[in-house]
Design a protein around this ligand. Structure first.
Ligand code: URA
Length: 236
């Protein structure tokens, strides 16, 4: 961990937003420090995925306390296609790898059907720790992890982002529009000066509950296949 980060952590700073920061103090109240304290956003100092992983591990977040492992990301870090899910479930929490459970198996199969080997692309989640009982992350949690996800994406530098389900779609597109109206549509999204082609689709766990929607997701994956051809992105 870099020295600045270590220092901030040692004084109780938990959460950074741009060049302002907030610190949680012992009585649990939140203190906003004034801007005249020289302070850089630690995320802006992070230049590698490994440093980002370390930074996440260093965060003292309530979700982390109940989690077994931090689930960062998996796959080919050079991939031009990145999948973003919601949060680890039981199996991912145990293994520390995104999408290794039942919904991950389904995702792997769908990828395979359009000729993508899972290890050739990159997969991550909005939230790196399993929310208790697999609940949906709260709006507050999504807001907290959004800058971290954006840094993750910036370091990966993909052309295409597939958002799996409502939480990932909300976090990446910064929208209140629902997944029903957004899925299957390419959306050009600019984050920190870089433009990504984003395709929201349903989360595989939704397909496990409602298999009639598999056809819909299959169409979305065909859209992905066409876009990869258009952008001359070859995965294998
Ligand atoms: N669901 C997700 O959104 N992510 C995982 O890693 C596993 C299940």
């Amino acid at each position: 961990m870099n020295e600045t980060l270590k220092w901030f952590k040692s004084v109780g700073v938990e959460r950074f937003i741009n060049d302002k920061y907030f610190a949680t103090v012992k009585d649990n109240s939140t203190v906003k420090y004034s801007e005249n304290i020289i302070c850089n956003d630690p995320l802006s100092n992070i230049t590698t995925l490994e440093d980002l992983r370390e930074y996440i591990i260093s965060i003292d977040h309530p979700l982390k306390k109940a989690a077994t492992n931090t689930v960062f990301g998996t796959g080919n870090t050079l991939s031009k296609v990145v999948f973003v899910g919601e949060a680890p479930g039981h199996d991912e929490d145990i293994e520390g790898i995104p999408f290794v459970g039942q919904s991950g198996q389904l995702l792997t199969n769908i990828m395979h059907a359009i000729g993508i080997e899972r290890e050739k692309i990159y997969i991550t989640n909005v939230v790196p720790w399993r929310p208790e009982n697999n609940r949906t992350p709260s709006a507050e949690e999504i807001k907290f992890f959004k800058p971290i996800l954006e840094k993750h994406l910036a370091l990966l530098n993909p052309e295409i982002i597939i958002t799996l389900g409502a939480t990932a779609t909300k976090a990446v597109l910064d929208t209140t529009a629902g997944i029903l109206s957004l899925r299957g549509k390419w959306i050009a999204k600019r984050i920190d000066g870089k433009q990504y082609q984003v395709l929201p689709t349903y989360h595989p766990s939704y397909l496990l509950r409602l298999s009639s929607q598999k056809k819909t997701v299959w169409k979305d994956f065909l859209l992905l296949q066409s876009k990869m051809e258009e952008l001359r992105i070859s995965i294998n």
